[in-house]
Design a protein around this ligand. Structure first.
Ligand SMILES: Cc1cc2nc3c(=O)[nH]c(=O)nc-3n(C[C@H](O)[C@H](O)[C@H](O)COP(=O)(O)O)c2cc1C
Length: 243
């Protein structure tokens, strides 16, 4: 048995042996994380009044991983559209449903933006703050693209991208309900929102590539998360494709 099998069997739902309903994760975790509330500089992003038109079927047909990008600067509205596509709130209220589904509507995934070339943004790491739809500066970093590339096993596309999105999991949000099974759901959640972003990027004529290959400690440090309560699970780089 590998660790993989241990986990898959250990977290399986079986008719005669369901896991206990009182998971071990005791710490209470809020649904939103905010750096702005602790004094970080904030950039409010304007979402365009009307969303761009795109033919879903053509977008599905043309989506491809793109790894070579031009030096172009990404307009703030484009960044806003990408963030909204991945995780925008589409039905405000107690549960605040979003563009992508989430197990139990618990939304354990946080988004960090490595902004290398975004109109009006100092290069650095930003946190996408919901429900306010704003960016909070986590760390200004002139060489953010190089730092992100290094953390992503030196994949050159990350250094060339205008923006690299980093997604982390706040484990407690999901584990309080699902215990160890939360791991399955968190990665599925991340996959859903990442594909939203990939399709939105394609629809906007941009190129994107998902990133699962990264040095965990370095990515956690880059996003400024501890790797225990919150860990990086996925990333994607986006830019104007070359060719
Ligand atoms: C979970 C996951 C992790 C990935 N990680 C990387 C990565 O670290 N580097 C990379 O160049 N591509 C990565 N990719 C992109 C795949 O290589 C790509 O999706 C695959 O080759 C199929 O090509 P397509 O996306 O153009 O259809 C990843 C894709 C997924 C779904």
């Amino acid at each position: 048995m590998t660790l993989l099998h241990d986990y898959q069997h250990g977290t399986a739902y079986c008719r005669d042996a369901m896991p206990p309903r009182d998971p071990y994760w005791q710490k209470s975790v809020g649904p939103y994380k905010s750096y702005a509330e602790t004094g970080s500089a904030v950039v409010s992003l304007e979402r365009p009044d009307t969303l761009p038109e795109a033919d879903l079927w053509k977008v599905l047909r043309s989506r491809r991983s793109r790894r070579d990008f031009r030096d172009e600067v990404m307009p703030q509205q484009t960044l806003m559209l990408l963030l909204w596509a991945a995780q925008g709130i589409t039905q405000p209220g107690h549960w605040a449903f979003r563009t992508a589904p989430s197990a139990g509507a618990l939304y354990p995934v946080e988004t960090y933006v490595c902004a290398a070339r975004v109109e009006g943004l100092e290069p650095g790491i930003y946190h996408w703050e919901l429900p306010d739809e704003r960016l909070a500066l986590v760390a200004a970093m002139g060489d953010v693209a190089a730092a992100a590339q290094a953390a992503c096993l030196d994949q050159g596309m990350v250094g060339r991208a205008a923006v690299t999105f980093i997604w982390s999991a706040v484990w407690g949000r999901s584990a309080r309900k699902y215990g160890d099974r939360a791991l399955r759901y968190v990665y599925l959640d991340a996959g859903h929102l990442a594909e939203n972003l990939h399709l939105a990027a394609t629809g906007l004529g941009l190129g994107a590539c998902m990133i699962g290959a990264f040095l965990d400690d370095e990515m956690n440090a880059l996003a400024g998360v501890d790797g225990e309560e919150e860990s990086v699970v996925y990333a994607a780089c986006v830019g104007t494709p070359r060719g």
